[in-house]
Design a protein around this ligand. Structure first.
Ligand code: SAH
Ligand code: SF4
Ligand code: F3S
Length: 487
C-alpha cells in the first residue's frame, strides 16, 4: 500500500514556520509522507497568520479553493491551525464547512490526535485559551520534521507580555513564558550532534528572555535545580541577579561545538541591552545581523503605540550596537499610517530611517485588528491615499540605504552557506551570508545544500548580492537521509 501524503501551507512568521515543522513531525510519526505536489495530498494543513487583514483574506481565499478539491476527492482531510484559527475559532468552519480540524496556537501537539478523532466523530474545532502544559507548548520540545538539515529554529519563549496598540499577537499567542535555560542548551547540543550548523533563537521579545525564570519559577519547575532553569552563568554570578539574561543564553549556545552560526529574532528595542551587544561581539558564532524593529520615528506615535522608547533612545542603542559589533547589518520593521499619524510624524520616520541606514526593512501599512487598542481609534484612521503615498516615499529611503550598503560590500569575501540553485537559473547557486543576505553565484560544481564556502562579492542590488565562488570550506555535516522503501 502506498503511504498517505500530506502538504502544509504556512503563512506568517517563523513561529508558524516552526509550528508547521512540529505538525509535519507528528504526521510523519503517524505514517504520512510529504506529497510531491500539494494538489495530490491526502491531508492538507493551513497554518494561518492574522497579523494584518490581508493575511486573513489570503487564507480564506485559498481555503475557498480547497472546497472544489474536497468535492472532487472527498477523502482529502483539511486541518486549519495557527493564529487566525486561534482568533476566528468557530468562524473558520462557518466560512468553510469543508474543514475537518481547527486547532489553535496552544494545542499544536494535538494535531494528529484531533485528526483521528475527526475521522470517528466528524469535524472538530479545539482551541485552548492558554498553554496548559508548558512542556507541550514549546514548539522545539516536540519531534519535528525540519525543513532544512543544517539549520534549526529554537523557540526560547512563547507568547508576548507587551501591549503594542496595533498588535494581535498577545491575544493569539498568550502570555510570555521562557523555556528553562538548561533545556535549551541541551536541545542545541542535540541539534549540533545531529549536524546542525546554524540555529535561530525565536521569541516575540527575545531580550526579555528569562524575565519569568524567577526564584519562584525555578522552585516550581519539576525535577530541576536553580542552575538548570536559570543557567550556569547565572549560578556563577556572585551578585545573584534575580534571573538569567538573554545574553547568557546567547553566549551559552554560541559556545556549543559544531554551532557556527547563531541568529535570533526579534529583540524589542526597549529591552535591548548592552549585555546582548557584548555577547554578540564576544562570541564569533553569533551572526553580524540585528533585526531591531523601529515601527515609527515619531515619539508621539511610539508613545501611542506603547513601544516604550523614543526615537533618540532607539538610535542610541543602534549606535552602541554598531560600535560594539564589527560589520553589523541592521534591518527593521516599520508601520505607516498608525491612527493619528500626521505629515510631521511621518517626516520624523523618514529622518530616523535615513539616519539608521538600514540594510533592509519590512514596511507595513497599518491594518486594524479587531480587539486591539488601535482598531478602536477609527476617528483617527489615516486617509488611505495619503498612507499609500507615504509608504512609497518610505520605500525610496529604505532602498537607497540598502543599495549603498550592499554596494559597499563589492570586493569583499563573505562566508556563505549554500541554499541551493537560484530560482531563475539552475547554473546559479544561492548562498546566505552571515549578515543574512542572499548572494547569487555561478557554479558548475554540484555543491550540496548546507555547504560552507566563501564567495567574493562582484555586484550588488537592492535586495541581494552577486558573487563568485572562492573556496569550499566544508561539506554539510548532517546525515543525509536515505529514503527507505517499505516492503
Ligand atoms: N514581536 C515582534 C513583531 C512581530 S509582528 C516585534 O515586536 O518586533 C511583525 C511586524 O508586523 C511588527 O514588527 C509590525 O511592524 C508589523 N505589524 C504588527 N501588527 C500590525 C498591524 N496591525 N498592522 C500593520 N503592521 C503590523
Ligand atoms: Fe506584537 Fe509588540 Fe509583542 Fe511584538 S512586542 S509581538 S509587536 S505586542
Ligand atoms: Fe502571524 Fe501569528 Fe506570527 S499572527 S506574524 S503567525 S505570531
Amino acid at each position: 500500500m502506498t503511504a498517505r501524503t500530506y502538504a502544509i501551507r504556512t503563512y506568517g512568521c517563523q513561529m508558524n514556520e516552526h509550528d508547521s515543522e512540529r505538525i509535519a513531525g507528528q504526521l510523519e510519526a503517524d505514517g504520512l509522507v510529504l506529497a510531491d505536489s500539494p494538489e495530490d495530498a491526502d491531508v492538507v494543513v493551513f497554518n494561518t497568520c492574522c497579523i494584518r487583514e490581508n493575511a486573513d483574506n489570503k487564507f480564506y481565499g485559498h481555503l475557498g479553493n480547497m472546497k472544489t478539491v474536497k468535492e472532487q476527492r472527498p477523502e482529502v482531510e483539511i486541518i486549519v491551525s495557527g493564529c487566525l484559527a486561534q482568533k476566528d475559532r468557530d468562524l473558520v468552519r462557518q466560512r468553510a464547512g469543508h474543514v475537518d480540524v481547527v486547532l489553535g496556537t496552544h494545542n499544536v501537539h494535538r494535531a494528529v490526535e484531533l485528526l483521528h478523532a475527526s475521522r470517528e466523530n466528524g469535524p472538530i474545532t479545539e482551541i485552548w485559551d492558554e498553554a496548559l502544559d508548558e512542556a507541550d507548548s514549546f514548539p522545539s520540545a516536540l519531534a519535528v520534521k525540519r525543513e532544512i538539515d543544517y539549520s534549526a529554529w529554537v523557540t526560547i519563549q512563547i507568547g508576548c507580555d507587551n501591549t503594542c496598540a496595533y498588535c494581535i499577537v498577545p491575544a493569539v499567542r498568550g502570555k510570555e513564558i521562557s523555556r528553562p535555560f538548561g533545556e535549551l542548551v541541551e536541545q542545541v547540543e542535540g541539534l549540533a550532534a545531529d549536524g546542525v550548523y546554524e540555529i535561530t533563537l525565536l521569541g516575540q521579545n527575545v531580550n526579555s528572555y528569562g524575565r519569568d525564570l524567577t526564584s519562584a519559577r525555578r522552585t516550581e519547575e519539576r525535577s530541576s535545580t536553580d542552575e538548570r532553569v536559570a543557567g550556569p552563568l547565572w549560578a556563577a554570578d556572585e551578585a545573584r541577579r534575580p534571573r538569567p539574561l538573554f545574553a547568557d543564553l546567547l553566549s551559552a549556545v554560541s559556545n556549543i561545538e559544531g554551532i557556527g552560526r547563531v541568529r535570533y529574532t526579534s529583540p524589542h528595542p526597549k529591552d535591548f541591552r548592552q549585555e546582548t551587544i557584548d555577547a554578540m561581539a564576544a562570541n564569533p558564532a553569533v551572526c553580524e545581523h540585528l533585526h531591531l524593529p523601529l515601527q515609527s520615528g515619531s515619539d508621539s506615535m511610539l508613545a501611542a503605540m506603547h513601544r516604550g522608547y523614543t526615537a533618540d533612545r532607539y538610535l542610541e542603542k543602534l549606535v552602541a550596537a554598531r560600535a560594539g559589533i564589527d560589520d553589523l547589518a541592521v534591518t527593521t520593521d516599520i508601520i505607516v499610517g498608525f491612527p493619528g499619524e500626521t505629515d510631521d510624524d511621518f517626516e520624523r520616520t523618514l529622518e530616523v530611517v535615513a539616519a539608521a541606514e538600514y540594510d533592509s526593512a519590512y514596511t507595513f501599512i497599518f491594518s486594524p485588528r479587531e480587539g486591539t487598542e488601535a482598531a478602536d481609534l477609527v476617528e483617527q484612521f489615516c486617509d488611505p491615499a495619503t498612507v499609500a503615498e507615504r509608504f512609497a516615499r518610505l520605500r525610496v529611503v529604505v532602498e537607497r540605504s540598502a543599495l549603498i550598503r550592499h554596494r559597499a560590500r563589492i570586493g569583499r569575501i563573505e562566508e556563505i552557506i549554500v541554499e541551493g540553485p537560484s530560482k531563475r537559473d539552475a547554473g546559479v547557486l544561492s548562498g546566505r551570508t552571515r549578515q543574512n543576505k542572499l548572494i547569487h553565484f555561478p557554479c558548475d560544481k554540484p555543491l550540496r545544500v548546507g555547504t560552507l564556502a566563501t564567495a567574493r562579492v562582484t555586484d550588488a542590488g537592492t535586495f541581494y548580492l552577486h558573487g563568485e565562488l572562492v573556496e569550499v570550506l566544508a561539506s554539510p555535516r548532517h546525515r543525509t537521509r536515505i529514503p527507505v522503501a517499505a516492503g
